[in-house]
Design a binder for this molecule. Structure first.
Ligand code: PHE
Length: 400
């Protein structure tokens, strides 16, 4: 088991500090009522609602991630509540917006734990923000499940921190194989985001296996989240004439990079990871520029598996015909894994719930059967998508 400085045994003093620092905070904008306050830690004595927190980038540059994951999470809790709840209690789903900003997640997780008495926290999408909140959960002994943070460091934060998605060493390896085998690329340039833990990690996890397999990284260029003009980096990349370009970033910048690359006459394949996943990618880059681009992600709504199709139908019915993306599927999965664990634990107490989540085995998720390993990670298949005629199109599935 992972022993970090944030092991729950240190909880007492840290909790006191958190409470002090929160005195005077105003109530959060939550989806639920506060009548059942204090119901969080009981496992039967108080039949109130079970409070679960969710933190997500509902606004800001990664709003597409947070909005999608939130809808998925919401759908899962609505379904469970309609069917009578869990342990005979309803789920009270509290939501906070990280605004895609650094620094918000730690504050939000502290508020959720000390004021709202949540029993578990779901989130964040982005690895950098999950890394900010994880120490609070670990210190308090409150399980956190990230739907989609793929950077390995996230679950290394401690034994209360889980994810229901694959990790970037797997994603980087599959991108390197895809580049060599499918794209037949030998000489690749990388353009990564130094401000994002996810991007820095994925660049490395792509580069190492790509080079080990005989590939060459001809140039590495950097940018920083929120940059808008990538012409200098792209001009330098054009000068070395790579076979393909790897852009392990988030959709806002990836979309601009693809558009500007094509404007500069760079027509080679451009590819990235799950950070590209958002309908906004097509709005930002345009369908034409996105031809000959590829990205790996967690699921395709085209999957004919009846479980996936039932989810797609339920999501569309609930959200005005919107097709759920990978983030929506993972948000849904994170909530389902939590509910299943509460059931098996027969309790919402932190240590019991932690053990039950850790024991998740072969659980049928939308993104594939989920077993959590000793490092609290899930190993599951990825899919590669491209864009054709202004639409995301399934290319292939890569198993771990
Ligand atoms: N994997 C990304 C991260 O760790 C987040 C992400 C997941 C984005 C799924 C889109 C889809 O930061």
């Amino acid at each position: 088991m992972n022993r970090s400085p944030f092991h729950p045994s240190t909880f007492g003093s840290l909790f006191a500090a958190v409470c002090l620092s929160l005195a005077g905070c105003k109530p959060a904008d939550t989806g639920g009522t506060s009548k059942d306050a204090g119901s969080g830690t009981g496992s039967g004595a108080n039949p109130g609602k079970i409070r679960v927190g969710e933190y997500a980038s509902l606004t800001g540059s990664e709003a597409a991630f947070g909005q999608s994951s939130h809808k998925g999470t919401q759908l899962a809790f609505e379904e469970i509540n309609k069917s009578g709840g869990v342990l005979g209690r309803q789920i009270e789903h509290l939501v906070e917006d990280t605004q895609s900003k650094q620094g918000e997640s730690a504050t939000i997780s502290k508020k959720f734990i000390s004021r709202d008495k949540i029993v578990a926290l779901l989130g964040e999408v982005a690895s950098g923000r999950s890394l900010e909140a994880a120490p609070t959960c670990q210190a308090a002994g409150i399980p956190m499940i990230s739907p989609s943070s793929t950077n390995p460091k996230v679950t290394e934060m401690g034994d209360y921190i889980f994810r229901v998605c694959f990790t970037d060493p797997f994603q980087g390896r599959l991108l390197s194989e895809f580049a060599r085998k499918t794209l037949k690329a030998q000489r690749v340039a990388i353009l990564s985001d130094t401000a994002s833990a996810y991007s820095v990690g994925l660049a490395k996890f792509f580069k190492d296996p790509f080079m080990a397999g005989g590939g060459q990284i001809v140039l590495e260029q950097k940018y920083s989240s929120k940059d808008k003009d990538f012409k200098a980096q792209l001009t330098a990349i054009k000068a070395v004439n790579p076979d393909a370009i790897c852009v392990p970033g988030y959709y806002t910048e990836a979309g601009l990079i693809v558009a500007q690359a094509r404007q500069l006459g760079i027509l080679v394949p451009i590819f990235g990871g799950d950070g590209w996943e958002a309908p906004q990618l097509i709005e930002i880059a345009g369908g034409k520029a996105l031809e000959n681009t590829y990205y790996s992600t967690h699921y395709s709504s085209e999957n004919s598996d009846p479980l996936v199709q039932a989810f797609v139908a339920a999501f569309k019915a609930r959200f005005n015909g919107e097709t759920p993306d990978a983030m929506a599927a993972l948000g849904y999965d994170s909530a389902k894994v939590l509910i299943d664990a509460i059931k098996r634990a027969g309790s919402t107490e932190g240590p019991k719930l932690r053990d039950a989540i850790a024991a998740t085995k072969d659980f049928p998720c939308i993104t594939g059967r989920t077993t959590l390993d000793a490092s609290r990670n899930a190993s599951k298949a990825a899919v590669i998508l491209t864009v054709k005629d202004n639409k995301f199109k399934y290319v292939e599935t890569v198993s771990p």
